[in-house]
Design a binder for this molecule. Structure first.
Ligand code: BGC
Length: 748
């Protein structure tokens, strides 16, 4: 068999030679043969070059004519020492740089251009955490596809998304990039986004996805960026791994190491994670890129003595490409030549990267992603803006409601707060190429929605939330004539994202003063909260009757808000992170274990002293996972299972009736949870296993069915192998993780 392959390979190479083109340039040959042929022509230096990813920026053109940094990077490229650039964007730049790679390097190997397209490229969609609150998988697939369409039109082949880090840590600035605290939901969004970004990668309208950050970055201690992770393997497999696994199974082309340690070993040099789990156990056939400089940072971790050792540890653990630390570029040629790193391992890493370049079709048409005309007509296309508007309104969570929707014939509206009018703050750190001037603020959204009303605005607070003295007077006089006050509190946009950990999650004090001044006028009032993470709203909830959590909605934030306020969109989103009642509770999440001494809020007296509780704050979050209101009201009844006992090959049908008892059509997200009552190891008090997002017309009852196969009752052991244990289960269906109906099920 092997001989035949070698013979075929030899034959094909010579056939191609006869035709005078090297076999790797011959479209008619298989990718494998082309990769092998190219590899056989490469020097060790050129091979190491393919593993080197460099932060580009602007590399060519008049603005960098005398920039030694840019010139140095271009020289590196010409020597065959760059396999990929990140942060080179736009057709003009990417085309010019790709031409250098094709025409002025020895083998003409095309480059990969990568960029963080996290929630849109030029058209910016809601932050991923917000989008996940829509529970709309098709919607998320679509926004990822549009983001890919725009990014690819601007010369990019690769996005560093989706981030699939489950997290229970609102202090961590990066929760905005993920899909919340639940492994099941995170996994479904992983599949949707990978599919949306990549398609089948054969055309020029998709980009490679990158599953990050592998692994368990969402578990950083105390929510502090770049911090330690210390986890049991059991928690790793059951909470953190399912989403990465789902993304890999969905065909993600690349995976990124995380910055954290696991079992005392930095993820970049962690052979258990990369070699054993990702490549062997899951059969991942793409390539693994470091996080920014994370190979070199193994020295600061105290894991590597120097750059040579760091590079060796990274590549031997299975990591393939070095983003920006340059340790491969500086040391790997020597270590390979000295036999310290086997050539076979270097070859394997190079093959993985080349295979992707072939798969993208770059060897056959290296310029297929660089078409200025296409870029022009694709970016901010009207149909993309329309999707951004719908995505914004379907991601906003109505937490409390006394007065919405507002009447259409409002005459006078008072809008308060810096965040209501700030274009800067509807975008965050990960805004891609999103431009503030293409955004719609809340004030603009309201003005457009109520063209006949007088809309006045008082800034009241600074960007940091400090109260602007004297604002009370203005508020008082304007509020007299206003039908409604709309006041925005929260955090400015750039406080969401990487390196934005926070130790205080309360809205700024000045914003609370603003709300108090508005409340004193007795004019009806809506509070909008804008932030990239759940804030602590205990005081706000106590005082104010109508609260809409808008997150950070992207380009169309203001229109999304206005659509909900006016009732043109009936809110349907449900939070995918629990809202803490107090910072002391963090981390607080729905799928916790019961403990040996469980306690429920409200249980008092001597029997409830030596139990798992705080003496000064509640156990329960302010709003639980899965919570969110609608202008419709839904009543759940008649939960039925098709059988009360199943064996491991069977499926039970779970049926529930959901009635829309209101006068308005609405979307309800019906959630199915289970609890495995007795298990070894123990299981959480609730686990999401399925959900349905359905429109129910006013006054109608929907009969909702879930197919629950026995395998969904299973979980993972500490090695990531499947466990399915017989015994008693509870099945819950409800409108959030707390308010549920329940039924009993036995697994035989
Ligand atoms: C982040 C990654 C990101 C990379 C490239 C890192 O600092 O952790 O998520 O993809 O930079 O910008």
């Amino acid at each position: 068999m092997k001989k035949t392959l070698i013979f075929t390979f030899g034959l094909l190479i010579s056939v191609s030679c006869l035709a005078q083109i090297p076999a790797y340039k011959d479209k008619n040959l298989s990718v494998n043969l082309r990769v092998k042929d190219l590899l056989s022509r490469m020097t060790v230096e050129e091979k190491v070059g393919q593993l080197n990813q460099v932060n580009g920026g602007v590399l060519t053109g008049p603005t960098v004519a005398n920039d030694p940094g840019a010139a140095g990077k271009m020289n590196l490229l010409r020597q065959g020492k760059v396999g990929s650039f990140l942060n080179v964007v736009g057709t003009e730049q990417t085309l010019a740089v790709q031409k250098e790679a094709i025409n002025n390097t020895r083998l003409g190997i095309p480059l990969l251009f990568a960029f963080d397209v996290i929630h849109g490229y030029k058209t910016v969609f809601p932050i991923p955490l917000a989008e996940a609150c829509s529970w709309d998988l098709a919607g998320a697939q679509n926004t990822a596809a549009i983001a890919a369409k725009e990014a690819s039109s601007a010369g990019l082949h690769w996005t560093f998304a989706p981030m699939m880090d489950v997290s229970r840590e609102p202090r961590w600035g990066r929760v905005m990039e993920g899909s919340g605290e639940d492994p099941y939901l995170q996994a479904r969004f992983a599949e949707a986004r990978v599919t949306g970004f990549q398609g089948d990668l054969s055309d020029n309208e998709h980009v490679m996805a990158c599953v990050k950050h592998f692994a368990a970055y969402g578990a950083v201690e105390a929510g502090k960026e770049y911090n330690t992770v210390d986890l049991s393997r059991y928690a790793l497999w059951n909470y953190y791994m399912p989403s990465y696994k789902a993304a890999v199974k969905a065909g993600a082309a690349t995976v990124m190491n995380s910055f954290n340690i696991l079992d005392g070993v930095p993820a970049s040099g962690n052979g258990y994670l990369v070699n054993d789990v990702l490549k062997k156990k899951w059969g991942f056939d793409g390539f693994v890129v470091s996080d920014w400089a994370s190979f070199g940072e193994m020295i600061a971790h105290g894991y590597s003595a120097n750059e040579t050792e760091a590079a060796k540890q990274a590549i031997m653990a299975g990591s393939d490409m070095d983003m920006e630390s340059q340790v491969f570029n500086k040391t790997l040629v020597n270590t390979v030549n000295e036999g310290d790193v086997p050539l076979a391992r270097l070859d394997e890493a190079v093959e993985r990267i080349l295979r992707m370049k072939f798969k993208l079709g770059l060897f056959d048409d290296p310029y297929k992603y660089h078409d200025a005309e296409r870029e022009k007509r694709t970016l901010l296309a009207p149909e993309h803006i329309k999707v951004a508007r719908d995505a914004a309104s379907s991601s906003m969570v109505l937490l409390k409601n006394e007065i919405l929707p507002l009447k259409k014939e409002l005459k006078n509206i008072l809008v308060l707060g810096h965040l209501s009018e700030s274009q800067d703050d509807v975008l965050d750190f990960w805004k891609g190429q999103g431009d503030h001037k293409n955004t719609v603020t809340i004030l603009e959204g309201i003005k457009a929605k109520y063209p006949n009303a007088k809309v006045s605005f008082v800034k009241t607070c600074t960007r940091d939330g400090e109260f602007i003295k004297g604002s009370e007077k203005e508020i008082k006089s304007l509020a007299k004539k206003a039908d409604v006050i709309i006041a925005t509190i929260g955090l400015y946009g750039d406080l969401a994202g990487e390196a934005r950990a926070l130790g205080n999650l309360n809205p700024p004090a000045g914003q609370m003063e603003m709300l108090a001044a508005a409340k004193a006028t007795k004019t009806p009032m809506v509070v909008l909260v804008q932030a990239g993470r759940p804030l602590i709203l205990t005081d706000v909830v106590k005082e104010y009757g109508t609260i809409l959590y808008t997150w950070i909605g992207g380009s169309q934030h203001g229109n999304g808000v206005a659509d909900i306020l006016a009732g043109d969109v009936n809110p349907s989103a449900k939070t995918v992170m629990s809202f803490p009642a107090s910072l002391g509770q963090v981390p607080v999440y729905y799928n916790h274990y019961n403990s040996g001494r469980p306690h429920s809020d409200g249980q008092e007296g001597p029997d409830h002293f030596w139990v798992s509780r705080y003496r000064d704050i509640p156990n329960e979050p302010l709003f639980p996972f899965g919570y969110g209101l609608s202008y419709s009201t839904f009543v759940y009844s008649d939960l039925k299972l098709s059988k009360t006992e199943i064996n491991k090959n069977e499926t039970v049908t779970v049926e529930v009736k959901v009635t829309n008892t209101s006068k308005i059509d609405g979307i309800e997200i019906v959630q199915l949870y289970i609890r495995d009552l007795v298990a070894q190891p123990i299981r959480p008090v609730k686990e999401l296993k399925d959900f349905k997002r359905i429109m129910i017309k006013a006054g109608e009852t929907a009969v909702v069915n879930f197919e629950l196969p026995a395998v969904k009752l299973g979980f993972y052991d500490e090695n990531g192998d499947d466990l399915l244990q017989k015994g008693a289960f509870k099945v819950f269906v409800g409108t959030n993780s707390k308010e549920v109906l329940s039924a009993d099920l036995e697994l035989k």
